[in-house]
Design a protein around this ligand. Structure first.
Ligand code: DON
Length: 310
C-alpha cells in the first residue's frame, strides 16, 4: 500500500509526547458516571488517508465512547432517511455560542435548535431516525459499520444506561422540543436512541477510517464505495467547521484550522479534504467539554505539517 507521507509515523509519536504534557490540566467527563472511570492517561491518534494508508500512535486501537462524534453519523442517516429539505426545516445551521447542553436558545427561538451538533439539534436529528424506523439504532450501527469497514462495532450498554440514569438535561431538552412541536416520536423512545448512539464504542483507527468519506468526496476508505454525494460532504464539513466544537469552535478554528467533531469521551475527529482524516483520543476535557490534549495534538499537527484547510 502506498505511503504518501512516510514521516507521519514519527511525527505522530513526537506530537503524542508533546501533547501528553497537557494531561493533568483537564477533567474527565463525570456527569456520565461510567465515563468518569476512564484513565486520564490514555492517548491515541490515527490517520487514515484517502488511499487507505494508515498511521497510528499510542492507544489508537483501544475502544472509547464516541459520544457526540456519533451526531455526524446520525445526521448522515437522517439526511438519507427524511431528506435534506425536511431535516433543515427542523434544525438550523448556525453556531450556537452556547454550551452543547444548553436549553436557553431553545426557549427563545421556539424550538428550532441552532445546529445538528448541539444536544437539542442532535435530539431532533435522532427523532428523525427514530420516528421513521422500528430499529433506528441497528440502522445507525449498520451505517457506522459500512463507513468504517468493521463489523465488530457495538454499543457500550453500561455507558448508555449510565447516561440514561443521569440525563436530566437531555430529558428536559427533549420534553421542551416535544412541547414546541419539534419532536415526532415519543420522548422516551428518542432518548433511548440518543443515549445508545452516544454510547457507541470505537477506536481512533475505526473513527479515522469511518470519516474518510468526508475527506474523499464521499468514498469509503477501503472499497471506494460511494457513500455520500460531494455536495453532502461539503455541507457536513462546513457544519463541522462552524459548529463541530460548540462554543469552543472559534478558538479551535483559530488554533487548528481544520473541520472537526468532538465528544465528551475525549475523542476528536478532523478532516483534511482530499488527503485524510485524523482522530485523537485523550479523555480529559477543557471547560467547554472538548479534549484538552486532543486539541493540543491537532494544533501541533496542523502547525508542524502546515496542513489546514486555509
Ligand atoms: O448528551 C450528552 O451530553 C452526551 N451524550 C454527549 C455530549 C458530547 O459529547 C459533547 N461533546 N463534546
Amino acid at each position: 500500500m502506498s505511503r504518501p507521507l512516510p514521516d507521519f509515523d514519527t511525527l505522530l509519536d513526537d506530537i503524542a509526547a508533546e501533547a501528553r504534557k497537557s494531561i493533568g490540566r483537564g477533567k474527565v467527563a463525570d456527569y456520565i458516571p461510567a465515563l468518569a472511570r476512564i484513565s486520564p492517561d490514555k492517548f491515541g491518534m490515527a490517520i487514515c488517508g484517502v488511499d487507505g494508508s494508515e498511521y497510528v500512535t499510542g492507544d489508537a486501537d483501544e475502544r472509547f465512547s464516541i459520544q457526540s462524534i456519533s451526531k455526524v453519523f446520525t445526521l448522515i442517516l437522517a439526511l438519507q432517511t427524511i431528506g435534506s429539505n425536511a431535516l433543515w426545516r427542523r434544525v438550523g445551521r448556525e453556531p450556537s455560542g452556547t454550551a452543547f447542553n444548553s436549553l436557553v436558545q431553545l426557549e427563545s427561538e421556539q424550538g428550532l435548535p441552532r445546529n445538528p451538533f448541539i444536544n437539542a439539534g442532535a435530539i431532533v436529528v435522532t427523532d428523525a431516525i427514530t420516528a421513521h424506523s422500528v430499529s433506528p439504532v441497528l440502522q445507525l450501527l449498520s451505517l457506522v459499520r459500512r463507513f468504517s469497514g468493521k463489523e465488530q462495532i457495538y454499543i457500550d450498554d453500561v455507558v448508555a444506561r449510565s447516561e440514561a440514569e443521569h440525563g436530566h438535561r437531555n430529558a428536559a431538552i427533549a420534553h421542551l422540543l416535544k412541547s414546541q412541536g419539534n419532536l415526532k416520536a415519543r420522548v422516551e423512545d428518542v432518548l433511548v436512541t440518543y443515549y445508545r448512539q452516544c454510547a457507541i464504542a470505537m477506536t481512533c483507527r475505526d473513527l479515522a477510517r469511518a470519516f474518510v468519506p468526508l475527506a474523499n468526496g464521499g468514498k469509503q476508505w477501503e472499497s471506494g464505495e460511494k457513500l455520500m454525494t460531494p455536495l453532502r460532504v461539503k455541507r457536513i464539513n462546513s457544519l463541522l467547521l462552524t459548529c463541530g466544537l460548540y462554543d469552543g469552535v472559534g478558538n479551535f478554528a483559530f488554533r487548528v484550522g481544520i473541520p472537526a467533531k468532538s465528544g465528551v469521551g475525549g475523542g476528536i475527529v478532523a478532516i483534511i479534504p482530499g488527503k485524510f482524516s485524523i482522530c485523537v483520543w485523550s479523555p480529559e476535557l477543557d471547560e467547554l467539554g472538548n479534549s484538552l490534549a486532543g486539541t493540543r495534538a491537532l494544533e501541533l499537527f496542523a502547525r508542524k505539517t502546515k496542513l489546514s484547510i486555509f
